[in-house]
Structures are given as structure tokens and as C-alpha cells.
Design a binder for this molecule. Structure first.
Ligand SMILES: C[S@@+](CC[C@H](N)C(=O)[O-])C[C@H]1O[C@@H](n2cnc3c(N)ncnc32)[C@H](O)[C@@H]1O
Length: 257
């Protein structure tokens, strides 16, 4: 019976993976949107990979360059074992900070195979980090749908959305990311693929409201309002519009915004 279920998931997965074309424009050069991004030197300090990490190490390099840009606090949804967090902190300016949140959810079978992460300790990669790196990391153990980050609204230079991939969690994290990002800041999503339908549905809805760019080589989708002459979206209004279509029940998240 178990084998039948696994086979059904695999077949379903293949069908989903061959699904409709993406409405998000693609690019292979992040520097068109983010000129000069790769000019700084970055360092990677922790590169061992396991299932659950950013799928693509070029994505890690890209995020470390954004962190080195240092235009405001970094907010990371979510920590997992802290591999990305460690590398971000390593590349932040000396007075920079990465705030990272995780609820320690081992069983998040929101991909088409129902594959889970296996056991982990949230943040284990940075628990023993050198003091200058560790002091730039603030960890909050919480469900990302419950956490209060209102003190950071409109301040974050970089927000990374790579947490729970169920549709309601991804919508909630995305709405919060839109509230947190500062003018000129950047939001990045991992796992935009039919393999994670909750992420794909969220971003396919969001792209009707704001410009997004998909970098297949990095495996990331990016929102940035840095293009010269582009009218800035009002992230709070976008968040409201996204919620009213996607998850009206979660609208309390942005009430008053
Ligand atoms: C794909 S992994 C994150 C990978 C991580 N961003 C990285 O770069 O290594 C998914 C994580 O989502 C967390 N998670 C799932 N649902 C959550 C929720 N509602 N609130 C907070 N964390 C959640 C799990 O605990 C797990 O650590």
C-alpha cells in the first residue's frame, strides 16, 4: 500500500512538474536588476549540504553578496540548521544583523513527494560560531505566522522567504516580507517550482501585483524596486491585495498597515 502511495505521489509530481508555464519573467543576469552586486568579495564558511538547504549554492553566493551590500537588517524566514544564516552573518558589515526565525518543524510535507527534512536542531550550524559572527545573528524560535516584527517594518534591506512551503505559510511570510522591506530593499524566495505548489501559487499571484524576476540559474525569485525610474510599489497595499485574494482569514496580519 505504501509503495502504491509513493508511486502515485511520484506520478502526480511528474504531472505537476510538467504544468503551466510561469507568468514570472526570467533572467540569467542578476546585475541587470542589481547593478554592481558581485563587485564585493564574499566568504563562504559553511558549505556542507543536506536536503532542506538552499538547493543551489549559486543562490547562497547571491544572498551573501546581498548581505554584504548591508543596506539594512536581514530577516530570514527561516533558519533550519543555520547554514545560510552562518554564511550571511559572515558577510554582513561589522554592525550588521541577521534576524532568523524557525519553529523547528521537521514534518513539512508540502512538496509533491511528501518528502520531509529529517531531524535537526534550529541554528545548529551557528551555535559554535566565532563570537564576531555569532553576535550578528538573532534567533527567534517561533511560528513565522505568529512572530511580531513590527519594530522592523520598512527597515529590512534583505528579506529571505524560504520557510514553511505550505500555501498559507508562504502567503503569510510573503505578506510580512512586504511589510518589512525598506524602500530600495530586496525580497528573495527560494523553491519557486511546481515541486513546491504552495510557493508557486503564492508567487504566481504576487506577480500580478509587483514586478518579480525569476533566476532559474540561481533557483530564486527576486523583488527589488531599485530600477531607475521604476515606480515603487506600496508594499503594505500589495500585501493587502495578496491577502484578499489568497487567504482572507490571515488579513489580521497586516491590519493597520
Ligand atoms: C526549507 S527549510 C529552510 C531552509 C533554510 N532557509 C536554509 O537556507 O537552509 C524549511 C524550514 O521551515 C521551518 N518551518 C516550517 N513551517 C514553519 C512555520 N510556520 N514557522 C516557522 N518555521 C517553519 C522548518 O522548521 C524548517 O526549518
Amino acid at each position: 500500500m505504501r509503495r502504491v502511495r509513493t508511486l502515485a505521489r511520484r506520478l502526480l509530481g511528474r504531472r505537476a512538474l510538467a504544468g503551466a508555464p510561469s507568468p514570472i519573467q526570467t533572467s540569467d543576469d542578476p546585475e541587470v536588476l542589481l547593478p554592481g552586486l558581485y563587485e564585493r568579495t564574499i566568504t563562504l564558511g559553511y558549505t556542507r549540504w543536506r536536503w532542506g538547504h538552499l538547493y543551489n549554492d549559486q543562490a547562497l553566493v547571491f544572498l551573501c553578496h546581498l548581505a554584504a551590500d548591508g543596506t539594512g537588517p536581514v530577516v530570514e524566514f527561516v533558519t533550519f540548521d543555520g547554514r545560510t544564516t552562518y554564511n550571511l552573518a559572515l558577510n554582513l558589515p561589522v554592525d550588521g544583523e541577521v534576524l532568523t526565525i524557525d519553529a523547528g518543524v521537521v514534518h513539512d510535507p508540502s512538496n509533491v513527494e511528501g518528502k520531509t527534512y529529517g531531524s535537526f536542531v534550529p541554528g545548529e550550524c551557528f551555535l559554535g560560531a566565532p563570537p564576531d559572527v555569532r553576535s550578528r545573528i538573532r534567533f527567534i524560535q517561533s511560528d513565522s505566522r505568529q512572530v511580531d516584527l513590527s519594530n522592523l517594518y520598512d527597515r529590512a534591506g534583505l528579506v529571505i522567504v524560504d520557510g514553511g512551503h505550505a500555501h498559507d505559510v508562504c502567503v503569510s511570510d510573503t505578506v510580512l516580507a512586504l511589510r518589512l522591506v525598506r524602500p530600495g530593499g530586496v525580497i528573495v524566495w527560494d523553491d519557486y517550482t511546481p515541486y513546491w505548489p504552495g510557493v508557486k501559487e503564492t508567487l504566481d499571484a504576487l506577480v500580478r501585483l509587483v514586478p518579480l524576476t525569476h533566476y532559474p540559474r540561481l533557483g530564486l525569485v527576486v523583488y527589488a524596486d531599485r530600477r531607475p525610474g521604476a515606480a515603487s510599489a506600496d508594499p503594505a497595499a500589495v500585501a493587502r491585495a495578496l491577502l484578499s485574494h489568497a487567504a482572507p482569514s490571515a488579513e489580521g496580519r497586516i491590519r493597520g498597515g
